[in-house]
Design a protein around this ligand. Structure first.
Ligand code: DP6
Length: 353
């Protein structure tokens, strides 16, 4: 790919002085986790990752742009109707990074109005869906300037921009299974933007049930961006990256043949490896809470006795995502409410697609 592939260079086009664009983006759940990035601000991952889109869990964003009258820039952000100055530093940094590729942004002031369909402080990371929705809004402005912009390039550049806001956000541009990060077995995979998973997927994996158990709804004590940095001098980092690459190869064949048990064992292994990395970093952290472990052990016992395909994965926190075949939802969800509810603050019923 040429170095300047994503630059905006169309200096002759103008758009209205004021306007509004809006977009919606789903959150995503990584099966093979992105954990570790190169030690600079351009968000290049140290291993490839793959995620599912999360049904019902999304962000809606309106971006209002007004042509600047003075040189100074202004950005305001409203979350669920209330101004949120605490979100500004991340948004300003995002605009700063992407204005290099979208020079027209420098001509406008912005008001961002956004909301999530999932409760704020529910422990579900919103940076992926919010940065992705914002990147799509920016690309809608670019589309007004360059009407010939093709859908394929529109989405690639949206993913490229979203990555500069938050790594995992680049996967939220597409629905379904999405890969980010260069992997020798995945054609078209690269570090700059995500791509839809390009290979055959068994029908059992086209839509699977996802129940999110909120065990801790406090803001995270250690942010993902800090956690990624800790991989840079981590004694087990090389092995982790090798393992992630091997897991990707295994997952490609699992997705094709439709083996749910192998799938489940692989995602549990990935989740525990992610947590092992944070537990053995310097400084070390522990994201799991006693109820995270209670849930995991109860799921393992239930699986042993019932032979049901129910598995967990974890993000950078204490909450648990349970994944199981959608066909078994009626009986499994009943069991979740009867046997796991007491360990949680909240249960969110979603699905992966
Ligand atoms: C554990 O994308 O939140 O959820 O790039 O610093 O914004 P930044 O990190 P972020 O990291 C996500 C980490 C993860 C795994 C994953 O989603 O792949």
């Amino acid at each position: 790919m040429k170095k300047n592939y994503f630059f905006y260079s169309n200096k002759k086009c103008f758009i209205d002085h004021n306007g509004i664009v809006s977009s919606k983006s789903h959150s995503n759940l990584a099966l093979i986790k992105y954990w570790g990035k190169h030690n600079h601000k351009i968000q290049i991952p140290l291993n490839s990752s793959i995620s599912y889109s999360l049904g019902k869990v999304y962000t809606v964003t309106r971006l209002i742009y007004k042509r600047k009258k003075k040189k100074n820039s202004s950005i305001k952000i409203f979350f669920s109707g209330k101004e949120k100055t605490s979100f500004l530093p991340k948004i300003l940094e995002f605009f700063h990074r992407i204005s290099f590729y979208c020079s027209y942004l420098r001509d406008f002031n912005f008001i961002i109005e956004t909301y999530n369909t999932f409760p704020h402080s529910s422990g579900i990371a919103s940076s992926a869906s919010s940065m992705s929705a914002l990147a799509l809004c920016v690309m809608k402005i670019e589309k007004k300037l360059v009407s010939s912009l093709k859908k394929d390039l529109f989405l690639k550049k949206a993913s490229f921009l979203a990555r500069l806001g938050s790594g995992s956000a680049c996967r939220s541009i597409y629905s379904g299974l999405v890969v980010w990060g260069c992997h020798p077995s995945i054609k078209g995979s690269n570090n700059l933007y995500a791509i839809p998973y390009p290979y055959e997927v068994h029908s059992i994996f086209t839509k699977i049930a996802n129940t999110i158990l909120i065990i801790d709804d406090e803001p995270k004590k250690i942010l993902s961006s800090k956690g990624h940095q800790l991989m840079n001098n981590h004694p087990y980092a090389r092995e982790r990256f090798k393992c992630a690459n091997k897991n990707m190869n295994r997952l490609i064949s699992i997705l094709k043949i439709g083996d749910f048990q192998e799938f489940g064992e692989l995602i549990e292994h990935e989740a525990l490896t992610l947590h092992a990395m944070i537990m053995t970093s310097r400084p070390y952290f522990l994201w799991m809470k006693p109820n995270t472990l209670n849930v995991i052990h109860t799921v393992w016992d239930f699986r042993k006795h019932s032979n049901k395909n129910i598995y967990f994965t974890l993000d950078a926190g204490a909450n648990v995502h349970l994944l199981y075949p959608i066909q078994e939802k009626t009986s499994i969800i009943k069991w979740i409410y009867s046997d796991l509810f007491s360990y949680c603050k909240k249960i969110i019923e979603s699905f992966c697609y």
